[in-house]
Design a protein. Structure first.
Length: 381
């Protein structure tokens, strides 16, 4: 029976392994599409998804000539632009791991940059899948993977282009991801189809590598953080050292919200003979920004003129989110921005409102071996 509509109940979002053109099953490729895939699926479901938006845009160049007003053709000279963005509530850091970020264990002294895998290319490029099951059914626990009852939209050769995580009083901590891809396909069935990735050189489809989407589950994590439905604003602790040069007293201010974000801008590299960009390396330098909004309480002494003569102080502000269970000090998610500099303090005061301040920090990301600068993520994955 034809659907009347599609709502969030019937959809699930997945991320494939890296690289996007590699095997998506533990046994490798199947003999034929009809034989179906074998082995364990390497595709991972993403949890607590709140929004998922995807699109493609085809750019065309007009071919004109003297003697005719209208273009005689509109030719595609560059590959289509495929975009995916999704957001989710933080319950743990499993999603970060499944899309290629490096998550250190809590308390580990040998920390590695959160985007080390993106920098060296080992976890950068992957495929994404949006599965839709029949109307009126939950995607969670829906086991039928047949052609008649499943639709899959695949985003091929996806690269993360931006990451943002935020939290505020009265709202769940959330994360938003933007992805750029090379291809989008529409398929029936959740098993036995070819992956959506294409050969970057000529845009040809990969017809000998198959995938199988695992059954969606309510909680995908295991271990200490497996029973957490969502992290809460009351368990968020933001640690900011006192600012050199004075201003707001960071130890007593009442933090209202935070936003930690960075853009992974990419410049496609093309060459003659290639229909697609064969590489999309990250543009450097790469800067991570942390913005914190707070109510002002006390002020500290100092002068910004001192910064001009001696601007050598760096900071390592951090955001820690604990397990929401009472009397539990387990840190489920922690973000640390190392080697950061203060960019601004912005104050606001008016009749009827509490005086507020916005602190903005930024730090550049170093190489995978640099442990003194950049973004570091630790906790429960």
């Amino acid at each position: 029976m034809a659907r009347n509509r599609i709502i969030y109940q019937s959809e699930a979002l997945y991320a494939g392994p890296a690289p996007a053109t590699g095997f998506h099953l533990t046994s490798g490729v199947a003999a034929t599409a009809w034989a179906g895939p074998s082995g364990t699926s390497l595709v991972k479901q993403l949890q607590r998804i709140q929004t998922a938006n995807y699109s493609f845009t085809v750019d065309r160049t007009d071919v004109n000539q003297f003697g005719q007003l209208a273009a005689i053709d509109r030719v595609i000279l560059t590959n289509p632009t495929v975009a995916l963005d999704f957001s989710y509530i933080l319950a743990n850091l499993a999603n970060e791991v499944n899309i290629g970020f490096t998550v250190n264990k809590s308390g580990d002294t040998n920390e590695v940059s959160a985007i080390s895998g993106l920098l060296n290319g080992t976890s950068d490029e992957r495929n994404y899948f949006i599965r839709t099951v029949p109307e009126g059914n939950d995607a969670v626990s829906y086991t039928d993977s047949g052609i008649a009852n499943n639709g899959v939209i695949g985003i091929g050769n996806g690269f993360i282009s931006s990451y943002s995580t935020e939290g505020s009083v009265g709202n769940f901590p959330t994360t938003t991801i933007n992805v750029e891809g090379l291809n989008m396909n529409f398929q029936k069935g959740a098993s036995g189809n070819c992956i959506p990735a294409v050969n970057p050189t000529d845009g040809s489809a990969l017809t000998d590598i198959f995938y199988s989407l695992p059954t969606a589950v309510q909680n995908g994590s295991t271990g200490l953080a497996s029973g957490i439905s969502a992290l809460r604003p009351g368990d968020v602790t933001i640690t900011i050292p006192q600012i050199s040069g004075g201003g707001v007293n960071t130890s007593t201010m009442n933090v209202q919200s935070y936003t930690l974000s960075f853009d992974l801008a990419r410049t496609p590299i093309q060459k003659l003979g290639s229909k697609f960009a064969f590489s999309r390396p990250i543009d450097f330098p790469l800067t991570v920004t942390l913005s914190v909004d707070a109510q002002v309480t006390d002020m500290s002494e100092g002068s910004i003129s001192d910064l001009i003569c001696s601007d050598t102080t760096t900071y390592s502000p951090s955001i820690s989110i604990k397990n929401p269970a009472c009397d539990n000090d387990q840190v489920v998610a922690k973000y640390t921005l190392k080697g950061a500099k203060l960019d601004s303090q912005e104050y606001s005061s008016d009749i009827g409102s509490n005086k507020s301040v916005t602190l903005t920090f930024s730090a550049q990301v170093g190489g995978p071996q640099d442990t003194a600068r950049g973004l570091f993520i630790s906790g429960q994955a």
